[in-house]
Write a protein of this length. Sequence first.
Length: 298
Amino acid sequence: MIDIKGLAYVVAEASDPARWKDFGGNVLGMMPSDADDGGVYLKMDDRPFRICVQRGAIDRYVASGWELAHQAAFENAVGELERAGVEVKCASESERTWRKVQDMAWFLDPSGNRHELIWGPKGDFSRFVSPQGVSAFVTQDMGMGHTVLPAPKFDETWNFFRDVMGFGLSDIFRLRFTPDPSEPEKRIYFLHCANRRHHSLALFEAPMPTGCVHLMVEVETVDEVGRAYDRMLKHKARLMATMGRHVNDHMFSFYMFSPSNFAIEYGCGGRIMDWQDHSVFETTSPSFWGHDFSVGFK
């Protein structure tokens, strides 16, 4: 069984990485730095980066990085994937350098999303000092947050993450995003790995041209969320969904569009799970209140 510790990082592509440098520092409150090839790193904690932006022709989400505890766990994961018939690519030296890890391998899931397995992140443990005074992001043993990926081949993709990748099911949403009763319900499965974050991955039953539905980052207080909302308005970033609180992970959050066109959920108060006591449920309402997603389509 593959034992994923958490979401280590994400990779985005941008035609103008400087937009991410401005957005990451001035809106998200992360520490931006330049990469050698014209890209941008965004630092959230003592890791050298958690968001990696590479220069490219299309503004989109590229990959999700999943962390293994050590070399043996990494090699076991590669072996499990190969035994399941998955084509696994070994990272080049330049890819390992760019990701700042001991080793990396990557593959595509049944819906075509790119996933990178890594072990041994490299860094100097320099302090995170937010340019906007953000006290801290909630990371450490729960990973950097969660990502929601398109899964048009939904059942095949869910079966892969359950049976091969070792993820567990946290909850299920069945949602319509418009008042039109003829709109088909879409499933979202929320999946957890070997940490206590409610979900590190969710699968959305529809294609998404930008490669990602949203990426969630978590701060420590409601005030930090409110300050980020003010910064979003000040810097004219586009709102994707209003503030609200989700019924499953209890995250108090709002959503805004990133420079690579996928959304960033900026929240606080996510549940710390005891998986022995958790019961999976299904809902047709994503939030106790708020989270009006219609504003993102106006």
